[in-house]
Design a protein around this ligand. Structure first.
Ligand SMILES: [Zn+2]
Length: 280
């Protein structure tokens, strides 16, 4: 049916190869004298060539040797003639194609994407959304049979998602520090990270080192991830911790957050979180 509409259309076709082939058919067939009709696949012997068939089956194929049954019968019983309503609006299709292309080009940066996610005021929800997005991106890069169907998020995936969010937060606020640390330059004396012995670990995250280096604490507690002051996502992280830990006071809340992260002016942020907590 698509080919009939191609033969009978005067509008531009979607492909140069198709255009050239259809032009040949149009030259050889005068629409005024040729009455196009649609032949379904089951009655079309040409399909054996394009779709393939075994020699054994071909040798006994009635359709191939004698053509479709309707050709041997009354013309009244032939398939219906071509109708211009079958035409496909290629110009409209092209418009859609262009729109799709332009939409695809309107991609946003990872930073903007994370800051605009509707996380319903929950860092946990944000973390899960980012984990699903990362998994979707990963699945798009592998072949169908290699894709995993499980919808569960593993702790590793959630940790990967947390690292991504932290990197985005850091790249927004510690851009200069990151650039200098990666080149092993000294950071600016006016930087808020100055005095915290910052370094970039293998995951590309700025961590701080301090007086706890020789302690028996975990790596995360000894080298927490640096977080900027008053970033909305850092506030969200502290609010989540506050609620999760049954409304800790500022000091205890900060100590809890520092198990993994080191927010700049952390005590001030912790006090603000507690002050603005409706329940507290
Ligand atoms: Zn509270």
């Amino acid at each position: 049916m698509t080919v009939i509409s191609w033969i009978n259309t005067e509008s531009a076709l979607p492909d140069k190869f198709i255009t050239n082939r259809i032009a040949v058919i149009q030259e050889l067939t005068t629409p005024d004298h040729i009455n196009s009709r649609y032949v379904s696949s089951k009655d079309n012997p040409a399909d054996f060539v394009s779709r393939g068939v075994s020699p054994q089956k071909m040798s006994t194929c009635h359709l191939w040797f004698y053509g479709p049954q309707f050709l041997h019968g009354d013309k009244q019983r032939w398939p219906v003639a071509y109708d211009k309503h079958w035409n496909i609006d290629y110009e409209h299709k092209f418009d859609l194609k262009e729109q799709t292309t332009s939409l695809a080009s309107m991609t946003t940066s990872q930073e903007e994407m994370i800051y605009t996610i509707n996380h319903r005021n929950s860092f946990k929800v944000l973390n899960r959304i980012v984990a699903y997005v990362l998994r979707f991106i990963k699945q798009c890069k592998v072949k169908n049979h290699q894709r995993k169907s499980s919808i569960l998020l593993t702790p590793e995936k959630l940790n990967e998602s947390l690292n991504t969010i932290i990197k985005v937060i850091q790249s927004a606020d510690f851009k200069d520090e990151m650039r200098k640390l990666l080149k092993s330059y000294a950071i600016s004396p006016s930087s808020l990270l100055n005095g915290l012995a910052p370094f970039v670990n293998t995951n590309g995250i700025i961590r701080v080192a301090g007086r706890l280096e020789t302690s028996s604490l975990s790596y995360h507690a000894k080298h927490p991830m640096a977080l900027p002051y008053n970033d909305p996502l850092v506030t969200l992280l502290m609010q989540d911790t506050h609620k999760k830990k049954l409304h800790y006071g500022p000091q205890t809340l900060l100590a809890q957050v520092r198990q993994k992260c080191w927010p700049i002016k952390g005590l001030s942020m912790a006090r603000s979180v507690v002050q603005h907590c409706i329940r507290c």
